[in-house]
Ligand binder design. Structure first.
Ligand code: PMV
Length: 311
């Protein structure tokens, strides 16, 4: 049996504006992962590649589904990239700890885990950038017009300063810090939120462009702060990014309430993360405020609370 996995991700700064060619900063969430197990199956005529996700009650033979299925597309694109035209019979079993439709990149992580798993199973190699391209293709099925930030940070498994069309900038966080994540209990598909922003942008381009420019400036300041180890500046920058996210209409009362409660409990900054209108918010905490922020989020109705060290 061969195993491979890929992490979840958090967008620290710049979601949505990144779709409009501004930069964004994202970090991997290494403790929460999508995992695949691959087993060779005996050669026989009825076989082929069996793809299963027991948690989601999914099981299909690759030859029986088309490229519209994201799991099948991930497998097919990997074989194509590896120039494997007649793969030996195998079973690919997918599991994931990453909450779905929550802004933590579960779709891209599943794709990257599949690609890594097939490469390992066949003792072949693909570069990180090729893996990222495959994950981008699959993301297009999910989201229509993804910026590419999710597939990039998950494939490289490093903090990234990402801007569409520019070379990927991987970087190291100079001073590690802790984030508490709270799920607000509702979720809206990324494509829907991105679509609403696009419709609003079409009706008032100047206002939205101005907000995206302001978000881009925050991202650049945050990049400087992360590279220098200036954790103190990150909190206020998160708060400012959240104000702009609210302005462009991607927050919601449930997220606002969690963000407010985290701030009340001593978080130095808090914002939604990912597409918004549901999913997770993130709060920057110090060792002395971790527990009070978690408690406060619980009381404010967070349905799931996670903690991660960004380093
Ligand atoms: O919620 P997620 O993990 O799908 O992140 C979406 C991030 C957006 O900037 C809103 C869209 C994108 O493609 O970058």
């Amino acid at each position: 049996m061969t195993c491979a996995s890929a992490p979840g991700k958090i967008i620290l700064f710049g979601e949505h504006a990144v779709v409009y060619d501004r930069p964004a900063i994202a970090v991997p969430l290494p403790s929460i992962r999508a995992t695949v197990e691959l087993d060779a199956l005996p050669p026989n005529e009825d076989g082929g590649v069996l793809v299963r996700s027991p948690d989601l009650n999914i099981s299909f033979l690759l030859k029986e589904v088309g490229r519209k299925n994201p799991l099948a597309l991930a497998v097919l694109l990997t074989f194509e990239a590896l120039q494997v035209t007649h793969p030996a019979n195998m079973r690919i079993t997918i599991t994931s700890d990453i909450p779905m439709s929550a802004g933590l990149g579960s779709g891209a992580a599943v794709t990257v885990a599949i690609v890594r798993g097939i490469c390992r199973h066949l003792s072949l190699n693909l570069s990180e950038s090729r893996i990222s391209e495959i994950a981008f293709e699959v993301e297009r099925l999910h989201h229509g017009t993804p910026s590419g930030v999710d597939n990039t940070v998950i494939s490289y498994e490093m903090p990234v300063y990402f801007r569409r069309g520019a070379p990927v900038e991987k970087f190291n966080v100079k001073t590690p810090f802790t984030l508490v994540l709270g799920h607000c209990g509702i979720s809206t598909p990324t494509a829907e939120v991105v679509g609403k922003v696009h419709a609003a942008w079409e009706t008032d381009e100047a206002r939205y462009e101005k907000a995206f420019d302001a978000i881009g400036r925050i991202v650049d300041l945050a990049y400087g702060a992360l590279s220098r180890g200036d954790v103190e500046l990150l909190g206020p920058l998160m708060d400012q990014n959240q104000i702009l996210l609210r302005e462009i209409g991607v927050s919601c009362p449930e997220l606002d309430e969690l963000i407010e409660s985290a701030k009340q409990a001593g978080a130095t900054g808090a914002k939604l993360s990912g597409a918004g209108q549901g999913g997770f918010m993130i709060a920057l905490v110090m060792p002395e405020t971790v527990e009070s922020v978690k408690q406060s989020l619980r009381e404010a109705g967070a349905t799931e609370i996670l903690q991660t060290r960004v380093q």
